[in-house]
Design a protein around this ligand. Structure first.
Ligand SMILES: C[S@@+](CC[C@H](N)C(=O)[O-])C[C@H]1O[C@@H](n2cnc3c(N)ncnc32)[C@H](O)[C@@H]1O
Length: 250
């Protein structure tokens, strides 16, 4: 994919330069957009890093906002399937590794319970969006912003953790699953993410690597009708309307 970093002013500012040095993506002025063939562009709007894809111009750009998730956090957090599936409960705060961080929504919910969550994201652009959202949330001055102090992001491929002797109570995986029309309309950021990544997650080794890292359980999010990850039957399943959480006890 050809993605540019677009700047509005005469010269790129320090944030745009920093983004360029971290991603190696070319910087272009806004006036050049129409002159270049590209798949999309990254830009800062009022301090928020956003990704606009050329193939879906009608959709709002993708960016990370944890503020939008605060309502979900207040809404019977401990009754949510994700929380129960990873083993968080009364007096139980397992350490969690989220091996497919994406936009960080699931990790944020888990961290909201007081659990520490390490996140791994391999796509450099998604990583930048997530990192930007987390940094802004840290600095927003609300009492909820302390949630971000329990989220640690790393840019790398989950499969590389195989030989690194990582150890967590629970490993959580949410590889991309094929979208249905219904969920693509109702969960727009996820649809956008799928459009952008257009790749199958390398599912085959993910379960075995997760099992080598987890000391208690591996939890895999799937579409409600998707096949099991790597064709392995789960020990427990938490079903929702459009997705389910398969739990593999270690
Ligand atoms: C469906 S999204 C995860 C959404 C996330 N649970 C959330 O709440 O926003 C899947 C993400 O996993 C990432 N991913 C897929 N395979 C990966 C791997 N082997 N290592 C690290 N990240 C991976 C993709 O780049 C994508 O951002």
């Amino acid at each position: 994919m050809r993605i540019y970093i677009v700047y509005e002013n005469q010269e790129p500012d320090s944030k745009e330069e920093l983004l360029h040095s971290r991603t190696n993506l070319s910087l272009i002025p806004h006036s050049e957009i129409t002159k270049r063939r590209s798949d999309g562009y990254l830009y800062f709007s009022k301090g928020v890093l956003k990704l606009q894809l050329v193939s879906v111009p009608a959709m709002n750009p993708l960016f990370v906002s944890f503020e939008h998730l605060e309502r979900r956090v207040k809404d019977s957090l401990f009754q949510q399937n994700l929380i129960k599936a990873v083993g968080i409960g009364r007096g139980r705060r397992p350490s969690v590794l989220d091996g497919t961080a994406g936009l960080g929504s699931d990790a944020f919910l888990m961290a909201s319970t007081g659990t520490s969550v390490s996140l791994v994201e391999r796509n450099p652009i998604i990583y930048e969006l997530l990192n930007d959202g987390l940094k802004r949330y840290e600095l927003n001055g609300s009492k909820e912003s302390e949630i971000s102090t329990r989220m640690y992001i790393e840019k790398r491929d989950f499969l590389e953790l195989k030989d690194l002797h990582y150890s967590f109570d629970a490993v959580y995986l949410d590889p991309m699953f094929p979208s249905t029309k219904k969920n693509s309309l109702s969960k727009r950021p996820m649809y956008y993410l799928q459009k952008f990544l257009q790749e199958e997650a390398s599912e085959h080794d993910m379960l075995s690597v997760a099992k080598s890292i987890a000391t208690k359980r591996v939890v895999v999010k799937r579409g409600i009708h998707s096949p099991n990850l790597a064709d392995h039957n789960a020990d427990l399943v938490y079903r929702g309307n459009s997705s389910r959480f398969d739990v593999y006890l270690v």
